[in-house]
Ligand binder design. Structure first.
Ligand SMILES: [Zn+2]
Length: 192
């Protein structure tokens, strides 16, 4: 992880190179943002940087509803150099942890589940399970924002085991159910 003072400087400039590499959590609001978010710049002492959206969520921060950090491009700084972690991420993105467990994933990568967990902690500050959950939320949030699909359909397409599970996850994370996070539309469009 880069020097926090240098990160804070880059964040103050809204440096686009940081987008997807770090996430900015604000202690006073309990919200985390993309570093390119247009919110008022918080004081350095109130800011914490995380290497993944999952890590910020694991620490108890909610995603900002303005910059939508859960939809940030996923491009950790080490991308291309840590091939095992990258392979694991690709498999998780493809749903490896939506149906099978962590042991099956570790098997496919030729390592123990414990070693895999250690690699994820070292590079992403989050467990494979937290990353998988974060990716499910990303997919679901994108579909809520961009489609008219019913919540149950979105839940199964994004890898949640049920609509109820997805709702509980959203309530825990955003403080409101998925239906309340859909963008408002003109009345005529809602009546389809
Ligand atoms: Zn934001």
């Amino acid at each position: 992880m880069q020097d926090p003072a240098a990160l804070y400087q880059a964040f103050c400039r809204r440096d686009p190179a940081l987008d997807g590499r770090v996430f900015v959590a604000v202690r006073t609001t309990g919200v985390y943002c993309r570093p390119v978010c247009r919110v008022r710049t918080p004081l350095a002492r109130n800011v914490l940087f995380y290497r993944s959206a999952a890590a910020a969520e694991g620490a108890g921060y909610r995603p900002c509803l303005r910059c939508r950090p859960e939809t940030a491009p996923f491009c950790p700084a080490w991308k291309g150099t840590q091939s095992t972690v990258e392979r694991a991420l690709t498999l998780i993105e493809a749903g490896a942890l939506d149906h099978d467990g962590i042991d099956a994933l570790a098997d496919r990568l030729g390592m123990s589940a414990r070693h895999l967990a250690r690699l994820f902690a070292a590079h992403l500050d989050a467990s494979p399970t937290q990353i998988a959950q974060s990716l499910r939320i990303q997919r679901a949030k994108r579909m809520l924002d961009e489609t008219d699909l019913p919540v149950a359909r979105i839940a199964s397409r994004s890898g949640f085991s049920s609509a109820r599970r997805m709702s509980a996850t959203f309530v825990a994370l955003y403080g409101r159910p998925p239906s309340k996070l859909r963008p408002r539309k003109p009345r005529s469009m809602q009546q389809r």
